[in-house]
Design a protein around this ligand. Structure first.
Ligand SMILES: [Zn+2]
Length: 200
């Protein structure tokens, strides 16, 4: 399968933006990394992004190419690598298949374990919200938490796969990217706030 097509069909703009550290909000509007953006003016959709400030737009490959100053082909390869798949090993199969692992350092293993724990906690929460806040009729406005489930659940599954399966070096790299991005701290503070609320 063609790499461009595979990447575009497998990874959304939102997923790449989150993995590459763009600040993500529940409305998917972020500060544009391509101009001096004081108020968030870039809207992230699944298949494209658009900046109301500078007009920057494109798909997941364009976004990655511009963020890292790469050609389209290099960007497509980077996305495939970072999300752990290739044209010979399409995403579902490749990411879900555990492979023999080489040992990584203790610190790396701790990072991996930490990411897995936070992501699973978040996933459990989303699963709970999915039933708790499902709209009972078509007229009912969507609860923010249900919207978050729609946006995040599939993505969290992809992230869990990235840090759970595959060679140790790849898992460690995925964990490092997660820890460096703003996504994991965001998820963690989200969980902490909710814990405090539920304890109160
Ligand atoms: Zn812009």
């Amino acid at each position: 399968m063609n790499l461009f097509k595979l990447v575009k069909e497998s990874i959304t703009v939102k997923q790449a933006a989150a993995l590459y550290g763009l600040p993500i909000t529940s409305t998917w509007i972020t500060r544009c990394p391509f101009h001096e953006d004081h108020t968030p003016s870039m809207k992230l959709n699944d298949t494209y992004y658009y900046c109301f400030g500078c007009g920057a737009t494109g798909d997941v490959i364009d976004l990655t190419a511009r963020l890292f100053d790469l050609s389209s082909f290099q960007a497509a390869r980077k996305i495939a690598q970072d999300f752990g798949f290739s044209p010979d090993k399409p995403p579902s199969g490749a990411i879900a298949l555990p492979k023999p692992t080489t040992l990584s350092s203790d610190a790396q293993q701790e990072d991996i374990a930490y990411c897995i724990r936070v992501l699973h906690d978040y996933r459990d929460l989303l699963i709970r919200w999915q039933t708790e806040f499902v709209p009972l009729s078509a007229e009912e406005p969507l609860d923010d938490r249900f919207v978050e489930v729609l946006h995040m659940l599939a993505f969290v599954d992809v992230l869990i796969d990235c840090v759970t399966f595959g060679p140790a070096s790849k898992k460690a790299a995925a964990a490092k990217r997660l820890l460096d991005s703003q996504l994991l701290p965001m998820v963690e503070s989200r969980l902490n706030t909710l814990d405090r609320k539920e304890a109160a």
